[in-house]
Write a protein of this length. Sequence first.
Length: 241
Amino acid sequence: MTIAWDWRVRLYDFREASCFRRGPAKAALFADMRGKVLFVAAGTGTDFAAFPPGMDITAIDISDEMLRRAAKRARAYNGTLRLLKADALALPFPDSWFDTVVTSCTMCSVPDPVRALRELNRVLCPEGRLLMFEHVRSRQFLLGWTLDLMTLWTRRTGTEMNRDTLANTRAAGFRITDIRSAYLDIILAVRAVKATAYPRRTASTRPAVLQPSTEGMALSVVNRPERHPRSPAAPEPSARV
């Protein structure tokens, strides 16, 4: 899977990161970010421009090449934005670590979306929020059938166009509070909160965090000291740079 995304980085900006119809809808959804934020599947960082300023964001991706491309855009962000190589199926964060978790066209590409969503549930604090900008299978017969046919091809490169992401989100222990269309009933902006807490992990060490360096497109590693999840009643204020 990692190799496939390293290869797809060459055409990613052209094929998958167009802001046509989607830019304003993404910005409106991302405006609901609060506190410590996890952004899942950073890609080449094309979504960073839609982030509200002054946030404390950790953006992860499974692909080294995607993160390398994202580094320049991360440096341009007006706030704290760290880059980290990590797998959504096994997040290297303690339980209840983030106040907001955000996805953007992510759940069509992870091999096991319910497992990934349960990981998001685990690292989200009890009163936290899940913000999802995702494309899903249309409920209209012709459009749904078309997406089924497209998936026969797109799944070869890691993307499934016909997933029932809303049902997967509920199955992972979230309660959906708002659904807005960005394009027909195929591209949706979804807001959700925890309905069920999933099993907690015992490990509480922080991972090494990748941060854009000041030279070229390289990524430097910043080792963070071990910390335990803060109390949900006293969230840590967002950092500014």
